[in-house]
Design a protein around this ligand. Structure first.
Ligand SMILES: *Cc1c(COP(=O)(O)O)cnc(C)c1O
Length: 225
């Protein structure tokens, strides 16, 4: 077994245990394997171990890795999880099955245009800056209600849920609960929250998708936010 297959099995096991501890149905939490900075061969090892769902931060990096793998793995799905520039909206719509980083009106407009032009409609998640951190992507908490409604009602976007990255310091659970409440309020079913360091807490708070990178693929050769 490869290291990646072994680490994937450990993470899957921890997800199953955390799901059971939360009295949630088995299989109700999906694992997005975050392969950013790691080569296509690492993705291939995960695919060989049965992993089908992947996450990448950068559109350009995703374009270099994933289209070549699709013919052999038609069930594979790619989530774009990193901050998205407006001028990359069209490329993101072309390469992704889900875009998790919708966080501002100009991007909503750009994605709506890209979808109209290409006919592709990847599912979208609104990223909420639950800690209202100046350096972090995501719609500020106070603007989230209005923004989510505008995405759906004005722009006709296929918003399916919410995503957050809590502050590095401190207990992430208040952030996870806040996101869960906001999703429930808007009738959104997908909650993408939890990374290598806190995915079990996120599952206890209702995550439907956890985004786990280093616990599967090892330390990243260079930092990416
Ligand atoms: C890198 C990244 C992850 C995975 O982080 P790990 O700590 O390596 O599990 C999850 N979500 C986002 C948005 C990321 O950028």
């Amino acid at each position: 077994m490869s290291d990646i297959a072994a680490q994937l099995a450990v993470v899957q096991h921890r997800i199953a245990e955390a799901t059971a501890r939360a009295n949630r149905p088995a299989g109700s939490v999906a694992l997005v394997a975050v392969s950013k900075t790691h080569p296509a061969e690492a993705v291939q090892q995960a695919l060989a171990a049965g992993q089908l769902l992947f996450g990448e931060n950068r559109v350009q990096e995703a374009e270099g890795k994933f289209p070549g793998l699709r013919p052999a793995h038609p069930a594979m799905r790619l989530h774009i999880i990193g901050a998205l520039q407006t001028n990359k909206a069209r490329d993101a719509v072309a390469v992704a099955d889900v875009i998790e980083s919708l966080d501002r009106p100009r991007l909503a407009v750009a994605l709506a245009e890209a979808m109209a032009k290409t006919g592709r409609r990847p599912d979208l998640l609104v990223q909420v800056n639950t800690g209202d951190e100046a350096q972090k992507a995501g719609v500020p908490r106070a603007e989230a209600d209005v923004f989510i409604r505008a995405c759906v009602e004005e722009h006709g976007l296929p918003v399916k849920g919410l995503m957050c990255i809590p502050p590095v310091e401190g207990d992430p659970r208040p952030h996870f609960y806040l996101l869960a409440e906001l999703a429930a309020k808007h009738g959104l079913g997908v909650l993408s929250m939890g990374m290598s360091g806190d995915f079990e807490a996120a599952i206890a708070c209702g995550a439907t998708h956890v985004r786990v990178g280093s616990a599967i693929f090892g330390a990243r050769p260079y930092p990416v936010t």
